[in-house]
Unconditional design. Structure first.
Length: 371
């Protein structure tokens, strides 16, 4: 990786160059007056280029920790797969129809590029079984074996690695999956990096042997049972080189502890990815109605509309619960929502699209949904 090159966008494309920045500014200024159908379009919104779903097959499966299985996915015909960057994830459609996101945890250098003919050997993901989850992890553990066919969207990156000169990686349990490719990239580019991987016990830490093999002096495996409980944010950040960028993926308490201790630490910045949705801390109680004449469901201040809706409609699909995948999209018939997602454009919102996993409403408001 060229460290002077900015990271790619969410879809792995290079950032726009000077000419395209000028072109965007021109469109912002002059398109309302010119009135052509193309110029009226928001110039910051990329043209829709539908792409075919990837057809994948499970080629290998192995246990990498307690309740964690690793799957290798490849093209059924042996062809090359699209490239990806550290931090990218796959949106898989499981045989049941469930859609789930899983971080790619292989080596991003194991892929073709414009400079070489080598073909990508496959994608690698690791999944921990969640007893109280929505069924996706259980389906993977129970039904996905070598030979199983799946479909997926092309890799997408919402947790890009910027390759700062000094980096601290903090992983909690299965949170190692997006960080492992970043560690490999940091090592390949000679960065000053350190990794702390935490978990309840040694048998719950995926890829422990693989991590130690990268550089035993820079990899720190820290388990709760050996240290009397989870680490504090101060303890975790003590491993940071001066001025380091911190990349953190783990459970909510870990992220909260790191955020609170960051200012007093040697680190300079924090990048993080959550396992699931952030807790609702600034919500107001409101109501959702199922159809124009359907039942009304109260949404408490500390719960999401999606969680409430799924109690009444257990088959309502969802995936990320963070407002970026769009799986749980519903249609709004009436009401004034507070859109909090990171996916829907103003035009889609004006047309009635709503993501109930994160979107809310003012206190006492009723949102009428086409359900």
């Amino acid at each position: 990786m060229d460290l002077s090159t900015p990271p790619p966008d969410l879809y792995g494309r290079p950032r726009a160059d000077t000419f395209f920045r000028f072109l965007t500014a021109f469109g912002d200024r002059y398109s309302p007056a010119l009135g052509g159908p193309l110029l009226r379009r928001n110039p910051r919104r990329p043209f829709s280029r539908p792409t075919e779903a990837l057809q994948l097959v499970v080629t290998a499966r192995r246990r990498v920790a307690a309740d964690v299985v690793e799957l290798t996915l490849a093209d059924p015909s042996g062809g090359p797969l699209p490239g990806w960057q550290p931090g990218a994830h796959l949106r898989l459609t499981l045989p049941s129809g469930r859609e789930r996101h899983y971080s790619l945890c292989g080596d991003p250098a194991d892929q073709a590029d414009q400079a070489g003919p080598a073909e990508r050997s496959g994608y690698r993901i690791a999944v921990r079984r969640l007893p109280d989850g929505g069924g996706g992890s259980a389906e993977i553990h129970d039904t996905l074996h070598p030979g199983t066919r799946l479909t997926a969207r092309r890799p997408r990156n919402g947790f890009a690695f910027c390759a700062e000169p000094a980096v601290l990686f903090l992983a909690g349990g299965i949170g190692i999956t997006p960080l492992l490719p970043m560690v490999r990239e940091a090592r390949r580019n000679g960065l000053d990096w350190h990794l702390v991987h935490t978990g309840r016990s040694a048998d719950t830490l995926p890829f422990a042997a693989e991590l130690r093999a990268l550089d035993p002096a820079r990899v720190h495996l820290r388990t709760d049972d050996e240290h009397g409980g989870p680490p504090t944010g101060t303890e975790l950040l003590a491993h940071a080189p001066r001025g380091a960028a911190v990349y953190c993926c783990g459970p909510a308490p870990m992220l909260t502890a790191v955020q609170r201790a960051l200012d007093a630490s040697p680190a300079a910045s924090l990048h993080f990815e959550r396992f699931g949705a952030a807790p609702v801390t600034d919500g107001e109680p409101f109501t959702v109605r199922l159809g124009a004449d359907g039942p009304e469901l109260p949404v408490p201040a500390d719960r999401s509309a999606l969680d409430v809706l799924r109690e009444a409609r257990p088959d309502l699909p969802y995936s990320c619960k963070q407002g970026f995948c769009g799986t749980c999209e519903v249609r709004l018939l009436a009401g004034a929502p507070d859109h909090r997602d990171r996916r829907l454009t103003p035009e889609r919102r004006a047309d009635g699209a709503l993501l109930p996993c994160v979107s809310r409403a003012a206190a006492g408001e009723t949102l009428v949904l086409d359900l």
